[in-house]
Design a protein around this ligand. Structure first.
Ligand SMILES: O=C(O)CCC(=O)C(=O)O
Length: 257
């Protein structure tokens, strides 16, 4: 499976519709990829909480349909990153959307762990109800978003739901990028999954974002890693390596709860 992680800059200065068209153009051009991944809240801004109430939309909203056209053009699964969703009851969520190559929505995942302690996401958004998986290219993919990376129990829950691959969208700051790189490897090693993690880079509302999007194997090898520039990081992953790893080193079998 060829993965393409679109590590975007955090610049919000151009109008949203223009930025969405540009990103959709990039995705549409990635026709040799099987799975394309975008970062967390790249359209409305991950570090732009004061504008979420005005930019939130019920799904599918204005962003996802443009990306669905791009997924069809690329004939690829597309993890849209996440959007600020306004639910029917008015609650806002940081919601990841996974599309199939036909542009249909395969899964939506409302971020479970809200970042910000007593402010930011934690103050403005609702918490998602739980883990979400979807069938992707003959395997099961689990979804996670940014701060979720610090919560191993969510990833273990995804494994219990059959995940062999975890796709993560982030806007992780440069100030803690060492945690990102270390925890990404830790989650892949302990859960024996492929981890495909797409971060943002650049600066957004004064916050320097860290880049370093990464693809980690179920054995914990970093098979591809971006630096902190805007780029498309491409990595080919062998999904059968999950079963091989779990058979040869069956640590998940030794769990005692
Ligand atoms: O955990 C961190 O250090 C960063 C998390 C974050 O930026 C987020 O979830 O938006």
């Amino acid at each position: 499976m060829r993965t393409a992680l679109v590590q975007l800059g955090g610049d919000l200065s151009a109008p949203l519709a223009q930025r969405v068209e540009e990103v959709a153009g990039t995705v549409a051009g990635l026709g040799d990829a099987d799975l394309v991944v975008l970062p967390e809240l790249w359209a409305q801004g991950a570090w732009n909480a004061r504008e979420w109430a005005s930019s939130a939309e019920p799904l599918p909203g204005s962003v996802v349909p443009v990306l669905a056209d791009a997924a069809r053009a690329a004939d690829a699964y597309l993890h849209c990153g996440s959007v600020v969703e306004r639910a029917d009851d008015g609650t806002l969520y940081n919601t990841a959307v996974l599309l199939g190559p036909d542009g249909a929505t395969l899964a939506t995942y409302r971020k479970v762990h809200r970042f910000g302690f007593d402010s930011g996401e934690a103050a403005v958004l609702g918490a998602g109800p739980g883990p979400v998986t979807a069938a992707v290219a003959g395997t099961v993919a689990g979804l996670a978003t940014c701060y979720d990376l610090r919560f191993p129990e969510l990833f273990r829950a995804l494994v219990d739901l059959g995940a062999e691959l975890v796709v993560m969208a982030s806007s992780w700051p440069a100030a803690r990028i060492g945690h990102w790189s270390t925890l990404a490897r830790a989650r892949a090693i302990e859960d024996q999954v492929w981890l495909v993690a797409c971060n943002q880079t650049g600066t957004q509302r004064g916050v320097a974002l860290g880049g370093r999007s990464v693809v980690v194997s179920p054995w914990g090898e970093v098979v591809a890693e971006a630096d902190d520039t805007e780029q498309v990081l491409v990595a080919d992953i062998d999904l059968s390596f999950v079963a091989t790893t779990r058979a040869e080193f069956p640590v998940l079998r030794d769990r005692r709860l």
